[in-house]
Design a binder for this molecule. Sequence first.
Ligand SMILES: [Zn+2]
Length: 400
Amino acid sequence: MAAPSECPVCSLNAVKPFLDRGSVPVHQNLLMKSAADARNIRRGRLTMHVCQDCGFVFNAAFDAALMSYNQDYENTQVHSAAFNTYVDGLVQSTLGEAGVRGGTIVEVGCGKGDFIKRLLAADEHARGYGFDPSYIGPASECGGRLKFEKQFYDASCADLKADIVVCRHVIEHIAQPLNLVRSVRTAVAAAPNAHVFFETPCVDWILRNRVTWDFFYEHCSLFTAASLTTLFARSGFAVQSVKHLFGGQYLWLHAMPSATTPPWTREPSETPDMAARFCELELQRNQHWTQRLRMLSTGGKVVLWGAGAKAVTFANLIDPECQLIQAIVDVNPGKQGRYLPGTGHPIIAPESLVELLPTSVVVLNPNYCDEIGSHLAKLALNARIIDLMNDETHPLESRR
Ligand SMILES: [Zn+2]
């Protein structure tokens, strides 16, 4: 494949590769019915590049034709109490920052509609429209206040005159993010006071914390606060603010349409340097984790908590032959009884740990350590929680 010459966000030609993984599962959240199906999942190449001018990070080898976000795609996180608390706060931030009540709310890429339903529950006079070409479900909910449209949100939707447009965890899946944001800009052409909110992972957080398992195929476009600002400015938006949420892991951008194309500046900051350092240490990090899991598994059974994207990437890198990790625990009943994409590790309910009796519970996202601690306490299990990102060991006793 020819090296890319141009950054998809700022269009300047100063992009450099920093991470190459030859054969990774293209999906992290597909429900796999057997271990064999899981191991036979479609694979692709990860060739992450960083723009030296704006700090945007992208997979230059991404092939959208390999992706299929169908009914077997399951990434609902609403079964986690910690995540629910986070989303409740986000509902209040959205309505509070916009300062609009009883308006028209649009969600772009609404999935099953969980978030827009919560927005309408918090604002009982608002009307809502959920857009998602792969939406499956009733055409209308919330007593008719919420409608779902199986299409893209684009110029054909301009007559909706949206007051609030929300798009959460979609843009990192899009190889040409300028097209998506410009399409939203044409959709709000007749709504100059629309408040537009985008949420997406922060790649600076991933690089700074050296979170190896946060680079995976589905996320072909990863932003810094600066590159996200550049993207919106180039698309005809005035950026109001970009905040860090969820312990710094996510970016939350608030923008409004601008009559002119605002000037945009290039601010790569420290991202290219951090990317170069990340690359140098990739091999040592993987060896370190393998060694750590080998040590833990000599003392008893090891399970991983959370069958999401992070676990899929980690298990494929560290335990592709299913020799170190016994099972993956997930609170989402839709994932239980299924198998982890790429490796075929079984996915089990927390209650199943009572029979498995693990000695170590490995956690990849520190935001869930407390919630997992209380699950284990309820089950009267004495396993140690290993917060792998911070590489610490918390005896359960210390969390009571
Ligand atoms: Zn760039």
